[in-house]
Design a protein around this ligand. Sequence first.
Ligand SMILES: NC(=O)c1ccc[n+]([C@@H]2O[C@H](COP(=O)([O-])OP(=O)(O)OC[C@H]3O[C@@H](n4cnc5c(N)ncnc54)[C@H](OP(=O)(O)O)[C@@H]3O)[C@@H](O)[C@H]2O)c1
Length: 411
Amino acid sequence: MEFKVIFIMCFILFRKLVPVEMGEIQKMAANSPPFNGNSIPDGAVNKKLAANTPLFNGNATDGAVEENYNLDVENEYRSKTEELIAARSKYGSVNEMPYIELKNGQKMPVLAVGTALLEPKLIKHIIRAAIDLGYRAIDVAFIYGTERPVGEAIREKILDGTVRREDLFIMSKLWSTFHYPELVEKACRASLETMGLDYFDLYMIHNPMSFKEGGDPIPTIANVLQYSDYEYLDAWFAMEKLVHKGLVKGIGLSNFNSSQVSRVNEKGSIKPLVNQVECHPYLNQERLITFCKTYDVAISCFGTLGSPGTPVDYKSPGVKPVIGDPIITTMAAGMHITPAQMLIRYQLERGHNVVVKASSAAHLWENIQSLNCRLTQNEVEALHLLNKNKRNFSFIGMGDTHKNYPFKDSF
Ligand SMILES: NC(=O)c1ccc[n+]([C@@H]2O[C@H](COP(=O)([O-])OP(=O)(O)OC[C@H]3O[C@@H](n4cnc5c(N)ncnc54)[C@H](OP(=O)(O)O)[C@@H]3O)[C@@H](O)[C@H]2O)c1
């Protein structure tokens, strides 16, 4: 089977099952001939994933088994929800989140909570708990289909006085069907409206491949992905205008290779602040990172733990989640920290922002505690040695024939 990037794959499959909700993006269509499609239904991506996770795909063969199974699922939701609601009283809160200073002076918290493929019933609880525990950055994207509940949770935490908007760093991403310049602002405004926000702290081009404009986020004809006549530089110039209009504080890239980073730097009048890329010891990205440093482009890492919750069918074959690597588990045990803390700390020692997804209060707390441990340079070097240049998210079948597919180049 073809291996597709997880969120897209989920979307394609689930789109067939879920009625599409009318949304802002559809309203955009009315004013914009090349764009006439559907919004992503809230939670659609997540629900499809849910169908593939052990929690949801019990092998019920008769009514009784199914009933017990549903009960187990409900009980698991209930206990997770209760733990998330009680997160701060159970664990406490990190008062000071360190940050990376971006070259425009913005302060980007080093740790961000991820929002792709979260279970819809838990999203708001997770985001509220994350803020209660001290997370101050949140990573969203149009294609995740989670903007609405994430935005609601953020607004609730602002309303109850836990944080002010300016304490938070909300980063989102422009999807590939919106690279046509006139669509960039519309897409950004639609995402802001869905989330109930006035601005994003960072808005990134989600990836460098440009898909055919229209209502379908994955536009295919006879299963062949359709590409746009525009490209990421067209989108970049339009992104610059978002900064001037105050819709976003900063702009950046995601999944861009070194020559693409360099091209945007050279052609853009506003230089990219960040490149968000998959990064963990099996794909340590040393060359890309060194290259980005020459342009003062900060790195935001995703897949830091090796994406253990992502179904194997959606990942590159043969790459096991790095969190289970015996060297990681042994080293971490020797240091009296957990493997997740070691993997997050590895990136923090390298000066990166880290996006980690977690759906329990225990994981959220464990991960934020990586702020309190240290790795020596020797330990960082030891982790570098695990590099295999193996990525989980290869975009095969999802833009790998596009002229701007980023992973043809070695870095
Ligand atoms: N820019 C892009 O193209 C791009 C692509 C992919 C992802 N992202 C962003 O990065 C985020 C994270 O990506 P990801 O989910 O692929 O990778 P990840 O953060 O490496 O893995 C998340 C998985 O790790 C588990 N986990 C979290 N904390 C743990 C702990 N302390 N111990 C053991 N397991 C733990 C989570 O389980 P539980 O849920 O059970 O806690 C979840 O299944 C996404 O949500 C998204 O925001 C961006």
